[in-house]
Design a binder for this molecule. Sequence first.
Ligand SMILES: NC(=O)c1ccc[n+]([C@@H]2O[C@H](COP(=O)([O-])OP(=O)(O)OC[C@H]3O[C@@H](n4cnc5c(N)ncnc54)[C@H](O)[C@@H]3O)[C@@H](O)[C@H]2O)c1
Length: 348
Amino acid sequence: MSEQWYDQADTGLAGAGRVTVLSRADVRRCLATIDPVEIVRRTLARHDRGESLLPAEAYLRWENSRGAYTRSIGMPGAVGPHHGMKIINASVSNPAAGLERAGGLGLCFDAETARVTSIMEAGLLSAVRTAAVSAVGVDVTGFGGAGSLAIVGCGAQGRMHAALLSRRLPALRAVSLHDRDPAVAHRLADLLSRDDLEVTVHDKARDAVGAGEIAVFTTTADEGYVTPDWTRPGALLVNVSLGDLADETFLDAAALYVDDLDLVADNPRRPLGRLMRDGLVTRPSDGTAKPIDATLGGLLTGRYRSRGTARPHVVLNPFGMGVLDVALYGAIASQARHLGFGSLVDLG
Ligand SMILES: NC(=O)c1ccc[n+]([C@@H]2O[C@H](COP(=O)([O-])OP(=O)(O)OC[C@H]3O[C@@H](n4cnc5c(N)ncnc54)[C@H](O)[C@@H]3O)[C@@H](O)[C@H]2O)c1
């Protein structure tokens, strides 16, 4: 059929319309004008009060021509005036090809028409959102006075976590780093270098973990290897990768915190979801097995109480809530409009 035929068969009404496209540089400029940690904090609390929509995520996985784990995740969400979706794709073979492992798009929707109004680079914001959740988590679980921090896995997430937490922890004096690629850990050490901070790169993950009152796991490990005897007594283990902690490290935890119970329970491909599926870990107050103690939003609204630092260790397992990204996309899009950043594309 000809182009003219399609033209005649078309409705003649407005289609997708005009969309603002924000590059990573635009996103970075807008980020400098907002407080992402505060936005994440507010959105976690609103989520706890039932003021958000967070459907299950769509997950597509395949192996690329190198046999590497490759995937796409679609994460829609809505909070207040903000409706949107995160599309975050990744392949573990990307870094060897000089690409970031993960990359994607953030979409904002018009609340009335549901049209896409903005499209923005989402890789940087994904790291910012995830580090902001950890920052709120550190605070609300009672670890804001920590003097030492360990980062295991010093890629995109590890760098953003180190950068953000090292600015937000007033008593921080020592940072321990480990990456299976030592050059990556040394690059992060250079970034953190500051007179009042002792930064050590460890050859062994165990040595880094044992040195941290807070240990953040941002590797791509898919099998748990961090056992309870690795940890500093009373430490907070932030399991961002969802994969580094061995089952007994969850089961032995003095307190177990998550961001969203349904997301964790709906994903038995991740260790904590598998422990829930197998009946070894339950929702709060269930009483039949080891319970999850609280959600971050519930700690923020006062529905739950933190146990503070507790032995042998405390675990925070932030699954990753798309609605937090959507709240950030809304704030970035609004700043971009205000400051005149981005390019307008008319899709017709
Ligand atoms: N929970 C969440 O909300 C959330 C959000 C985004 C990303 N993530 C997860 O965070 C992790 C890191 O993501 P990224 O974008 O920084 O990846 P990345 O590839 O940029 O960095 C990962 C780093 O970990 C290192 N590494 C991998 N396995 C290791 C091991 N066993 N021991 C030591 N170092 C190891 C790699 O060398 C690399 O430097 C991924 O698992 C990702 O799925 C979680």
